[in-house]
Design a protein around this ligand. Structure first.
Ligand code: GLY
Length: 594
């Protein structure tokens, strides 16, 4: 990350009431002066400056928040023309796939939560990548049955699942779009052909890649290291191959991706590099509509994506336990509040590791995991003054008596989140990914292929018991993505989500607590320093006021680690007929509305 964005990232962190003004001042003096991004509209530039100043963006009719201003502008153009949130999402995603290719794109998958203003219903669409039909449970093991090393599994064809994002774009547009499909690709095609400016974050991440990852494959190296040098901040980059695929999809829909030369090119590259995807996997790919998982919290319902994501269930479990405690009275800087949040999270992650996976393949106690009496019983274990000594999965109500092992699969931070509210009052929350930053590192037809299959457990059993998230043919790997719409009185209140691997769950939970319990506006809620506990160690965001909690949390019995916690929260609140948006200062995105 270069100094300008580092300045934004650090100076934008709201550090609790005492330090909030200092942080805002630092951003105003350093950030605004250097925050000009060439080629942006005046409105988008204002949105950048609002973020740098720690101010939320407000609007009356529509709003879009995403990880790159060029992508946000593409969505804004569609919304301004009267398009729906689903239309705008297609424009945003196709531009993100170009300007933020390391995080999401045609080669990946996504989950989408939709609030429909006409019916008042919340629906979810599962566009998750799937395992090849040729894959077996020992897919990520060597000839001795030992799990492959993580990076050996990630880099190359083995980790690539059948992409879901192209089908998801088409499905969302078919259900909820009102604009002509082909026109939604115009902005991305123009940027791909005329060139776009390489952002500091993209350039920084390319520069950090080790020799044996991104530069390893010829096609990938040719794009990201033209002439042998990494692309640099401010370079103009074109991508004709990507424009060609978008044109084909604009003309023929997602079928141009799932059959013919595009699908064949992906299959060839994946198989050449150790993977098992086939044309049949592409031909049989389907987006799946699933029931939203909704959990009551305070005076609202927190609705999100159920299995194969663990997102809504784990966020819901944490909030369901915290429901029993008065976090508002404790305050943001209270070690007691964070002890409760940390241990509620550990209890939820214990259940996640044992029970959560693709419920089309393994039976799951989906309702039992978020049942009020179960969460109340789990909350009874929490003590605001002392960390739990041991944390075990619970026994939620379930109509199966299945003995399962615990999964410890690794998920590294990447991914991107899009939040949109349109002029008709529809709301869309979509988290979209190619898994790890730069995915499998395989680059085909102008986009990167995912490494989503490494979200499966590499082991099949633990102590003789099967692991729910083991690899199976056609199965979707468990995700942590938590695109969320918080509902109050039957209407959306908050549209929220973040990248961040399995820390997504902590970021989204904290964003909701920041807003509902601690009264932060969306920009403050996105910027507040993070403390995340998944498996025992309390990760505390270094360089922020959260570090002051390290001592008290250690005294309470936690192991702690100071580190970067690079969330990418995009939040839109619907308050009294007004839209209020915030974008995470740790990344390059903005919220924009009218
Ligand atoms: N690969 C990130 C996630 O699905 O959670």
């Amino acid at each position: 990350m270069t100094s300008r964005w580092m300045t934004m990232a650090l100076a934008g962190l709201i550090a609790g009431p005492a330090l909030a003004q200092q942080a805002a001042d630092a951003v105003t003096t350093e950030g605004t002066a250097s925050g000009v991004i060439e080629g942006l509209s005046a409105e988008a530039q204002q949105a950048v400056e609002a973020k740098l100043a720690g101010e939320p963006v407000t609007a009356q009719d529509w709003m879009v928040a995403a990880a790159n201003p060029l992508a946000v502008e593409a969505g804004a153009e569609v919304l301004r023309a009267g398009g729906t949130a689903a239309d705008a999402m297609v424009a945003v995603q196709t531009v993100l796939g170009l300007v933020e290719p390391q995080s999401s794109g045609l080669g990946g998958g996504a989950f989408l939560v939709w609030y429909d203003a006409e019916s008042g219903e919340v629906t979810t669409l599962d566009g998750r990548e799937t395992a090849p039909m040729e894959a077996t449970p020992t897919y990520f093991q060597d000839e001795n049955g030992e799990p492959l090393s993580f990076w050996d599994a990630v880099v190359g064809g083995r980790s690539v699942g059948t992409p879901g994002t192209p089908a998801l774009l088409e499905e969302a547009h078919a259900r909820w779009g009102n604009q002509e499909w082909a026109g939604l690709f115009d902005r991305a095609i123009a940027l791909a052909e005329d060139g776009f400016t390489v952002s500091p974050r993209l350039a920084g991440l390319v520069a950090e890649e080790p020799e044996d990852r991104l530069p390893r494959f010829d096609a990938t190296a040719a794009y990201f290291y033209p002439g042998g040098e990494p692309i640099a901040e401010g370079d103009t980059l074109t991508n004709q191959a990507y424009a060609d695929v978008l044109r084909a999809m604009a003309a023929d829909g997602a079928t141009a991706f799932y059959s013919g030369p595009v699908a064949q090119a992906i299959v060839d590259v994946v198989r050449l590099n150790g993977g098992l995807l086939s044309i049949e996997d592409f031909a049989t790919y389907d987006v799946i509509q699933r029931n939203a998982v909704c959990v009551p919290y305070r005076d609202a319902d927190v609705c999100g994506m159920g299995p194969p994501s663990s997102g809504a269930l784990t966020v819901g479990q944490i909030l369901g336990m915290l429901e029993e405690f008065d976090l508002a009275a404790m305050g943001t800087d209270s070690a007691e509040a964070w002890t409760l949040i940390g241990d509620a999270s550990r209890l939820a992650f214990a259940d996640r590791g044992r029970y959560m996976a693709d419920s089309d393949f393994v039976p799951m106690p989906t309702k039992g995991l978020v049942a009020e009496d179960y969460l109340s019983m789990r909350a009874g274990m929490l003590d605001p003054s002392t960390a739990l000594e041991t944390v075990e999965p619970g026994e939620p109500a379930w109509d199966h008596a299945m003995l399962l092992g615990d999964d410890v699969s690794l998920e590294l931070p990447s991914t991107s989140h899009i939040s949109i509210v349109d002029g008709m009052g529809n709301a869309l929350s979509m988290t979209t990914t190619i898994e790890n930053g730069f995915g499998s590192r395989l680059f085909v037809q102008g986009f990167l292929l995912n490494n989503e299959l490494t979200d499966f457990s590499f082991a099949t059993h633990e102590d003789g018991r099967p692991i729910a998230n083991r690899v199976e043919p056609g199965k979707r790997p468990r995700s942590s993505m938590a695109p969320t719409i918080v509902m109050r009185d039957g209407a959306p209140l908050l549209v929220i989500g973040s990248p961040g691997g399995s820390r997504i769950i902590g970021y989204v939970t904290q964003g909701i607590v920041n807003y509902l319990d601690w009264g932060m506006d969306p920009q403050q809620a996105a910027a507040a320093p993070h403390l995340v506990n998944r498996f025992g160690t309390f990760d505390i965001e270094q360089g922020t006021s959260a570090a002051d909690l390290e001592g008290p949390l250690q005294e309470a019995g936690f192991e702690t680690e100071l580190r970067d916690l690079t969330s990418g929260l995009h939040i839109i609140a619907l308050e009294d007929g007004q839209l209020v948006g915030g974008a995470d200062p740790r990344r390059e995105g903005i919220a924009l509305g009218e």
